[in-house]
Design a protein around this ligand. Sequence first.
Ligand SMILES: CCCCC/C=C\C/C=C\C/C=C\C/C=C\CCCC(=O)SCCNC(=O)CCNC(=O)[C@H](O)C(C)(C)COP(=O)(O)OP(=O)(O)OC[C@H]1O[C@@H](n2cnc3c(N)ncnc32)[C@H](O)[C@@H]1OP(=O)(O)O
Length: 219
Amino acid sequence: MTVETAATEETGGSDRESRLAALGVLAEQVRELMDAVVLTDVAEDEIARVTEEVAVLTERLRAARRDTPLQPEIAPDGSFRHLGNAVAGDCNPYALPLKAEVTPDGVRAEPTFRPMHEGPPNSVHGGVTAMILDHLFGTAAAAAGRLGMTASLTVRYRRPTPYGRPLVADAAVTRTEGRKTWVDGRIATPDGTVLVEATGLFITPTAWLPASEEVADRV
Ligand SMILES: CCCCC/C=C\C/C=C\C/C=C\C/C=C\CCCC(=O)SCCNC(=O)CCNC(=O)[C@H](O)C(C)(C)COP(=O)(O)OP(=O)(O)OC[C@H]1O[C@@H](n2cnc3c(N)ncnc32)[C@H](O)[C@@H]1OP(=O)(O)O
């Protein structure tokens, strides 16, 4: 696997960056739209009118399209980014997007879930929290120079996870063996009450071994 480097200033990189920033703003607006859909209580005829308008906007965006979402790349500032990713991608409305920071122990994030992530009444779907931990764990492995695919993820749900308020998530590599990397982590409230905890096994595909070293310092 190779990770492309985003275009430089000389090759029109700033135009591309400006477009990507605009796409990020659009994606965030669509997240607002998704929450508005799950919470709306407007009348049926208004729902029908809004649906028509959204259909028109969908066709406008389809006027020019790529074959895939934006792929992993090295940003102009040298950091790794995957703007089309379903968890961390700024340009993917499905993404939270998760912002992970590397710490001396592993990685850390402050996710805030949204009403659209509803699972059990008034709390976040367990598949969504598992997905966030999966990605955070992959980031911890990558930051340790061990970029991998999830081979298994064991999740323990301790308390219902609320949406609408900032939580704390962290992850750290606990063991390595050849191409295998084990990661532990959790999502908790800011005062330390554990909501979800998990253990993951990540395996570095042989083809990813060179990219693994390249990406480590850029996470
Ligand atoms: C995803 C983003 C990629 C972008 C990368 C670019 C830059 C990244 C920078 C930062 C990244 C930040 C975060 C994102 C990273 C990841 C987070 C999201 C991760 C995902 O969302 S990812 C999707 C779900 N994931 C899959 O879609 C995997 C499908 N699967 C496979 O692709 C293969 O299955 C694979 C590669 C797992 C193994 O394939 P392989 O051929 O390399 O392995 P092989 O068979 O040789 O086995 C070698 C040894 O592992 C043992 N072993 C194998 N599988 C095992 C299992 N499941 N459980 C327990 N042990 C297992 C064997 O028993 C043997 O053990 P032993 O050596 O002891 O005998």
